[in-house]
Design a protein around this ligand. Sequence first.
Ligand code: ADP
Ligand code: ZN
Ligand code: ZN
Length: 755
Amino acid sequence: MAPQEVFHAAGGQEQHERSAREVRQRAILRVAVPVPLRRLFDYLPPEGLTCDDCRPGQRFWVPFGKRSLVAVLVDVVDDSPFDELKPALERIDSHPVFDQRSRQFLQWAADYYQAPAGELYAAALPVALRKGKPADHWAEQWLELTTEGKGLPETALARAKKQQALLQLLLSFGRQSRTALNARGLNSTVCKALIERGLARWVSGPTAPPPLEDTEPKPAPDLNEEQQLAIDAVAFDSFSASLLEGTTGSGKTEVYLRLMERALREGKQALLLVPEIGLTPQTLRRIAARFPDFGIAALHSGLADGERARAWLSAASGVADIVIGTRSAIFTPLPRLGVILVDEEHDGSFKQQDGVRYSARDLSVVLAKRAGVPVMLGSATPSLESLHNALSGRYQHLYLRHRAGNARPPQISLVPTLHQQLQEGFAPQVLRHIGETLSRGEQVLVFINRRGYAPALTCDDCGWLADCPHCSSKLTLHRRQRHLRCHHCDYRMREVHSCPQCHSRNLNALGAGTERSEDFLAHTFNQFPVIRVDRDTTSSKQALDRLLEPARNGEPCLLLGTQMLAKGHHLPRVTLVVIQDADGGLFSADFRAPERMGQLLEQVAGRAGRGDLAGHVLLQSRYPEHPMLQLLLNKGYGAFARQLLEERALTQLPPIRAMALVRAECEEARWAEEFLTNARHYLEALAPPSPQLQYLGPVPALLERKSGRFRFYLQITAEKRGLLQQMLARFCAWAEGNKNRRLRWAVDMDAQELS
Ligand code: ADP
Ligand code: ZN
Ligand code: ZN
């Protein structure tokens, strides 16, 4: 529920901006246009409007070459370096959709990530608004009290209970949207009665967040000591950044909920960022059940364009109190922002891997600082970046060391698989454990990091291997859909039963993905349901929710799936977790692979024993003696991560050093390589290599060819982020002059992937 001042507060700020500016005769609109050029563009006001009608943050249709594009007004200026300005075509919004703080924040991000501001504005907007639909389309009716109504005591209208309830609501919380009133069962008849008495009236106002499905309100549990300490450590009157390092199931979410509650009580908005697969109906229900009286805007990809625009606008106008979203939600203007929470802060999905390559996790700290509010990053397996910031004192370091409620930490054992008689990839003792657990009426979770039936198909006679014609990768056999598919470019070909090269029928599916394991486990444990969870079985968030229904009901079952199962789900009857292959990150060329492996193993293991029953984890490995696995197992992720940090210090890699990649891709490998060689010469001329500034490359990306393009990168590590920034800004200006249209290049600041 929004306090009444909100509307006026936003208006007041714009008034101020306007009077601060001298209105001149020939004023010019400086706008951000969604094109890949790192500059702003100037236009005259649209026909029939003066600059007085135009306020920064509004959108305009502008002519651009032969096209019309949606631009955002960033500034009104007196002078332009260009002659012959064209007028903008049309003003789209009657009120700005971006407030001043969000505009400055977006500009900061554009500078930091070397991105065109226009592309960043576009990334900030939901699709419907990006396409130019006016915000007024979602305007809504609000019921507000007249002067007479405001003069009444709460006890008035005692003879008409519903009207009294409505009056009381309006007296205590100010005006209410039609959506909010309907959700409370206060329909138009009740409203009409109040209006006819001259006590209230309808006015037009911003949209309210779309109502969530009904949930039983659920009271909060009593906090344990560590949770209380963590909450008390967060001050609300200024910026602070905290890392909440808390074991899986230790009650981190409960801490977020309490911090949200505090912000809401102060009349502020709370922003919760979650990883892509973390925004499940289960998460939303939990929040809705805690805050039944507040407006919740959930920004996720499952929404239709219109609903998403509505949720976004309700947040941007200050009506929604709680905003939950995946990475792009960080760009939602929040005029009453009071706290930012980032759940599973280590998750890779917070970093965008194409277009503007921003990190929502990193930006959350920047935004909190600019807004003067606290930010909390939480994880059972913090990223080395955040851990480094916490250990060096830049972030406040908070811990939840124990599981909440009665849950105990799981017991973890390694199962060696070398020289073992495996059945479809499972050791006999693992299968025995699965059987026993199911027979006890408990649940089992089997983690397999590959979807499909088998990751490779080969011919035993001539050695043919099913490769993707467009990528340097193998095709995965998907037997259910009877095709072979590339997981990088989505190329598909019909399943073959004889070798395309020598026509032999001795084709061999190598290795096991989720489909194959599902067949085997369903056959072996045929008295129990086997639920496969991967991207192929869960096309929508709702599908995942439905799929997990039997598991939540508590009946014995076997869950089998990819990392979609690793996070966010609270399944108290899972007592055995099997990790089929723990060796994934041990020998990768990516220096972040061990960190990711540790996070994944700890998160998956954390699904075991979250209820009253004790949990068990079995890790199959070919290298059980490997020091990394041993450390992870014996000392846990915390010690493991601290050891990795020491290694990064020795090798001078992030987070000890700042790192940026210049990427280039092209159908012609040598053009990409040549571009990067020139880039390196250009950069080295600006700042020669030194112990504080190192260049590597051009080198081929880990996936060298993707969708028919060869991919290379140049890696730059620097002691000083500022220097890297300046160099890259100059480089971008230089590289924009590159005329080879078939070559794509990008700057990836704080790159996470070498692939
Ligand atoms: P995390 O986010 O760290 O994985 P959750 O907040 O989801 O942990 O908590 C795990 C379980 O413990 C949930 O069912 C939650 O309701 C419960 N829980 C959290 N805090 C408490 C508490 N103080 N007392 C009792 N139960 C709690
Ligand atoms: Zn063959
Ligand atoms: Zn491919």
